[in-house]
Design a protein around this ligand. Structure first.
Ligand code: GDP
Length: 297
């Protein structure tokens, strides 16, 4: 992710570094290039506009024009604004509710929900020493339920067994009762997705959220879907009380716009990144600072 953006920004900064002093003119030129690079990386237009406005306000100040190393100061401004754009700091999961804390995952089909449910279960078990129960409510795709059962067996996390012809909300309620009975710390609920946003999918997710009252309602989105990721995020955020986002498939050659836009568009933090197909080592907490450094190369 971000290869192209990094390459473009590196070139822009190289040109700036070569300048002894910076004039309004060459700052404007650099800003034009940064703007283009962000648009090419699929960052949403309003987000780009706002970002460039903020960088410009700082860069036109005395700090840059008077500095002995204006290029460096300019890069630092871009870096800091990127960090800010992505949410400043790592937002941890809030598991402070009386156990079992419920985490609900929502998103389109194919975004990586089921894989991410298992990754998250393993992460909580290994890193946070939590007792976790997993459940799939995707009654429309028995293969998805089977996939979760299989992943659970692989990583040693129990998956609540479901029967055919049950309503998703009943499955989730019974899984929650079971998690209580077992004294689990966390129940992760995987929901059904569709290929496109539709009102039935949203209504079902809303009903599930009301039934199990999640402390975390995480929107799972595929980074490879570019601008669509932002539109999908908006729609889910409007329909559901999201608490955060998990951006998947960031190990691919996605242009990175979703990572840079989602926070600004929804106001919800990216909490984790999916960084591989494998459940083990396939999930990382999201750190805006590290991501900004990566983008700037
Ligand atoms: P769901 O329909 O939302 O439940 O999506 P799945 O969990 O079935 O994932 C869809 C596909 O994306 C599968 O082939 C996963 O292996 C793959 N996948 C999920 N997360 C990642 C990731 O972070 N990186 C990569 N490369 N592939 C992923």
């Amino acid at each position: 992710m971000f290869d192209n953006l990094t390459q473009k920004l590196t070139q822009t900064f190289k040109n700036l570094r070569g300048q002894g002093r910076l004039s309004e003119e060459n700052i404007s030129e650099a800003l034009r290039e940064v703007r283009l690079a962000l648009l090419e990386a699929d960052v949403a237009l309003p987000v780009v506009k706002d970002f460039i406005g903020r960088v410009k306000a700082k860069a036109m100040g005395e700090e840059v024009t008077r500095s002995l190393t204006p290029g460096q100061v300019f890069i630092k401004i871009v870096h800091d604004e990127l960090v800010h754009l992505m949410g400043d700091h790592n937002d941890r999961l809030d598991l402070s509710a009386r156990p079992p804390a419920v985490i609900l995952l929502a998103g389109l089909q194919g975004s990586g929900k089921t894989t991410t449910s298992a990754k998250l279960a393993l992460w909580l078990q290994e890193k946070e020493k939590k007792r976790v129960l997993l459940v799939s409510t995707d009654v429309y795709r028995p293969a998805a339920m089977e996939q979760l059962a299989h992943l659970g067996r692989d990583i040693g996390v129990d998956v609540y067994p479901t029967r055919a012809n049950e309503r998703p909300v009943d499955i989730a309620r019974r899984a929650l009762e079971e998690a209580r009975r077992r004294n689990d710390d966390v129940l992760i609920v995987d929901t059904a997705g569709r290929l496109h946003i539709d009102s039935e999918m949203m209504a079902e997710a809303q009903e599930l959220a009301r039934a199990v009252n999640p402390v975390e309602l995480l929107f799972v989105v595929d980074a490879m879907t570019g601008q669509d990721a932002v539109n999908t995020a908006k729609a889910f955020d409007a329909a559901l009380p999201l608490t955060g986002v998990i951006l998947t498939k960031t190990d691919g050659d996605a242009r990175g716009g979703a990572a840079l836009s989602v926070r600004a568009v929804t106001g919800k933090p990216i909490k984790f990144l999916g960084v591989g197909e494998k459940v083990r080592k396939g999930l990382e907490p999201f750190h805006p600072e590290r991501m900004a450094s990566r983008i700037l190369g």
